[in-house]
Design a protein. Structure first.
Length: 239
């Protein structure tokens, strides 16, 4: 009993001495890295995790304003192209619209040609002027086609320029046709410059081509005039 009491007194004195003396500060060291979530969770497994914020209720859907209507693509320009002023272009366009197209759509070619100033020569109908000559061939076994040979003034850089511009304005810009060909090639010893247009509507397909023929080196067939051919055709879609 005495030995135990002495030991207890000695232990108490030692503890008091340890508390009374100031602690020696530890040497400066680099700050410790922050504890990772896993380490924190391991160090305090009983700590309660913060509650997740409550998910707000979805808002009521709102109606978007209606989209503006897309304006339709115009079939032709707001301002029609000016009519041709070149005499040959005027004559070709007139023959196309007043003779060729009606004839290929069931009209009487002879009557249409005579009404529009053509004279019958053998199996063709002809108009001759100082600047040009138009010759409409007989339809033969192709009543849905019209072939017209055109002799016209030379345009060295662009064969039939005035005629082509007039046909393009009439076909694409005024009547909604599509340009199909615009090319130049050499075949069978001749150079051919071809422009063509087409349209599919109202149960039929229509095509228009204008081709100028020259020598392989690009010189006209005649010294002062070019030779071209216009072909119009229509095919009705099968019912």
């Amino acid at each position: 009993m005495r030995l135990a009491l002495v030991s207890l007194i000695a232990l108490t004195v030692a503890a008091g001495s340890a508390v009374a003396q100031p602690a020696t500060p530890p040497p400066a060291t680099a700050p410790a890295a922050p504890a990772t979530p896993a380490a924190t969770a391991s160090a305090a497994p009983d700590a309660a995790a913060p509650a997740a914020p409550a998910t707000p209720a979805p808002a009521e859907p709102t109606s978007l304003p209606p989209l503006p209507d897309t304006p339709p693509t115009p079939a032709m320009p707001a301002t029609p192209p000016p009519p041709p002023t070149d005499p040959t272009a005027i004559a070709v366009l007139s023959a196309l619209t007043n003779v060729c197209i009606p004839a290929a759509n069931g009209g009487n070619l002879a009557q249409l040609a005579k009404t529009n100033g053509f004279r019958k020569t053998s199996d063709t109908w002809t108009i001759r002027q100082n600047a040009y000559t138009l010759v409409i061939e007989s339809q033969g076994t192709n009543p849905n086609q019209c072939h017209m040979d055109v002799t016209h003034p030379v345009d060295q850089d662009a064969p039939g320029r005035e005629i082509v511009v007039a046909l393009h304005n009439w076909a694409e810009l005024t009547n909604g046709w599509s340009l199909y060909r615009n090319d130049k090639s050499v075949q069978s010893g001749f150079e051919y410059t071809t422009r063509s247009w087409q349209k599919d509507a109202d149960g039929k397909s229509e095509a228009l081509a204008f081709t100028t023929q020259r020598h392989p080196d690009g010189t006209p067939m005649q010294r002062s005039s070019d030779s071209s051919q216009l072909i119009y055709s229509q095919t009705k879609d099968p019912s």
